[in-house]
Design a protein around this ligand. Structure first.
Ligand code: 13P
Length: 287
């Protein structure tokens, strides 16, 4: 059975210095593209679905479909609820069968973030599921393609608070703010790697980098070297697929719907394949 928890899929990342890619799938076609690369390369992957993306699917049918698809795979896959914004959403995700959930209470005052996250950890344990939470603010907004966002250092994660947060909540993975944004960047990304290394030295659990779209290969490699274990990507696959459709439609040749989805899935596969190679999973040595 390939379905694993976030804790399991990230367990060796720190010691072996690699990151697992976490790609959000807002529909069946995106999910198939992402999972097929995991099968093709024989590599673990995290398949995410964020609360803001629930509007694209019938969640009660989509999650069981994904579980069944993943259980038939040979590679390990964690099925992750990304950015659950309330207890209600996260509990619904656990009932539906996500193997890990994120409670994002990062916009609340610190004590409230701790209290909500603790409640989620307690509940998730009875499902055998993992929990990710966020401290600090990663700017931007998923699905917001109108304009880029600049990273705001005022929202970066405080290293000593991160240690306190992990100890007080019992989470399995911590999302940190070190210079990325969700959605397109305004300006050039500049990661605060010193801060990341300090957080890494103070915190035992795997660290998560949100807002992976728009970073260079060099950014990824350095972030992994400084302790990132999970890298989240959505905008790049989403815009990439839309771009592939535009290019195809611009040719003006007769096209059917499957020609479009095939082109979009191919573009997503190319992006996911390239990024998994950069994130450096050890099994890649044989690929
Ligand atoms: P991007 O959309 O910027 O790649 O961020 C994805 C993400 O962090 C999902 O949680």
């Amino acid at each position: 059975m390939a379905l694993v928890t976030l804790e399991e899929i990230l367990r060796s990342t720190r010691k072996e210095k690699y990151a697992v890619g976490s790609f959000n799938a807002a529909n069946h076609s995106m999910a198939e593209a992402i999972l097929s690369v995991s099968e093709e390369l024989g590599l673990p992957v995290i398949l995410g679905l964020a609360e803001v993306q629930f509007r694209y699917v019938d969640l009660e049918r989509f999650v069981p479909y994904l579980r069944q698809r993943i259980e038939g795979m040979a590679t390990p896959v964690a099925l992750h609820l990304d950015h659950g914004l309330s207890l209600e959403t996260v509990y619904r995700g656990l009932d539906l069968g996500f193997s890990s959930v994120m409670i994002d209470a990062s916009s609340f005052p610190y004590e409230e973030n701790v209290a909500l996250t603790r409640q989620v950890v307690r509940r998730a344990r009875s499902y055998g599921a993992s929990v990710e939470a966020e401290l600090g603010q990663v700017g931007g907004g998923e699905g917001n393609l109108e304009q880029g966002t600049e990273a705001d250092a005022a929202g970066y994660t405080d290293p000593s608070q991160a240690r306190d947060f992990v100890e007080n909540t019992g989470i399995d993975a911590l999302a940190v703010s070190i210079g990325t944004v969700h959605g397109p960047f305004k300006g050039k990304p500049r990661l605060d790697l010193e801060r990341l290394a300090e957080i890494r030295s103070l915190v035992e659990v795997p660290l998560v980098l949100h807002g992976g779209s728009g970073l260079s290969e060099d950014d990824f490699r350095r972030a992994v070297a400084c302790g990132i274990s999970k890298i989240n990507v959505f905008t790049e696959t989403s815009l990439g697929a839309a771009g592939a459709l535009r290019e195809l439609l611009a040719k003006g040749t007769p096209l059917g719907y499957p020609d479009l989805t095939t082109a979009a899935e191919k573009r997503i596969r190319d992006i996911v394949r390239g990024q998994l190679r950069v994130f450096g999973t050890p099994a890649l040595k044989s690929v």
